[in-house]
Design a protein around this ligand. Structure first.
Ligand code: OAD
Length: 262
């Protein structure tokens, strides 16, 4: 049964001490961490132009084969949204934790680069990066400019002529083996694991908190809503990450300074 830890106060001393003394920390983040930066989560209702489309029906190889122009249009809109987004206090707090822990791995399902922008260094992007472009056929990386020209509806690979696509992992696709291995090993060796802003619904990333638990780590979930993982979490902090994470850093490392000050 998950213990409830308050966002700003009432954190049990055992919890604070365990995080403070951790030698190895792994963090898994999902779309919820970027919600306070204005990037909609996958399970939020979409707004405006894209309200009638389900992201789960656009972010697939099948959707791309069936209508590459539509999928590119959606990604150009998301790229624009992401390029205007700024890290929020939750992102900065995670960068502050990295400075305090010798072995720190930030595994993110987010494709928006906001963790790096906030100053995090050891970031493992398990679902790729939306600003990257590669070939659907030969997988070669492509220059960003090839894809950013809005007049070119479906940009083409200069090597093989295949359709270019955004460098993200779509539903039904496998994660890059080395990347998944790095994420799994970090989850298995950590003392403390955080699962933050993720619905814990999309595998294999959703298996990582379970890997951590199985290997004896304390697992803390931060999410305003309950998820399938909540009953298994050692502590569940039911609050937005942009509030809970700075409060947690302040409680554990009062000398860390304001995580917003980067
Ligand atoms: P989801 O959209 O599935 O879930 C977002 C989670 O964030 C939900 O559990 C929300 O309750 C929570 N949330 C919302 N606002 C929050 C806040 N301010 N602070 C903390 N949590 C908040 O996003 P992911 O779990 O990241 O994959 O989705 C996993 C993957 O499914 C994505 O990477 C993407 C997707 O479809 C691919 O594209 C392969």
């Amino acid at each position: 049964m998950a213990d409830q830890a308050g966002a700003a106060s009432g954190m049990p001393e055992s919890f604070i001490e365990a995080v403070r003394s951790a030698k190895s920390v792994a963090v898994l983040t999902g779309a919820g961490v970027s919600a306070e930066s204005g990037v909609p989560t996958f399970r939020d209702a979409q707004t405006g132009l894209w309200a009638r489309y389900d992201p789960q029906q656009l972010a697939t190889p099948e959707a791309f084969r069936a209508n590459p122009e539509l999928v590119w249009e959606w990604y150009r809109w998301r790229r624009e949204l992401v390029s205007k987004a700024q890290p929020n206090p939750g992102h900065f707090a995670l960068a502050a934790i990295e400075e305090k822990v010798s072995d720190f791995t930030l595994i993110t399902q987010n494709v928006d680069s906001l963790h790096r922008l906030a100053g995090s260094n050891n970031v493992v992007e398990v679902h790729g990066n939306i600003m990257k472009t590669c070939c659907f056929d030969c997988s070669a990386d492509a220059e960003e400019e090839d894809a950013s020209k809005a007049e070119v509806k479906v940009p083409r690979c200069q090597l093989c002529g295949g359709m270019l696509r955004p460098g993200v992992v779509w539903f039904g696709e496998s994660l890059v083996a080395d990347v998944l291995r790095t994420a799994t090993e970090a989850s298995q060796r950590c003392d403390v694991f955080f699962s933050i802003g993720t619905s814990s619904a999309v595998y294999p990333a959703a298996a990582l908190p379970f890997e951590a638990l199985t290997h004896g780590a304390m697992v803390i979930e931060i999410n305003p809503d309950k998820t399938p993982f909540t009953p298994r979490a050692t502590y569940s902090i039911q609050a937005p990450s942009g509030e809970a994470l700075p409060a947690l850093v302040e409680a554990i490392w009062p000398d860390a300074g304001s995580p917003n000050a980067h």
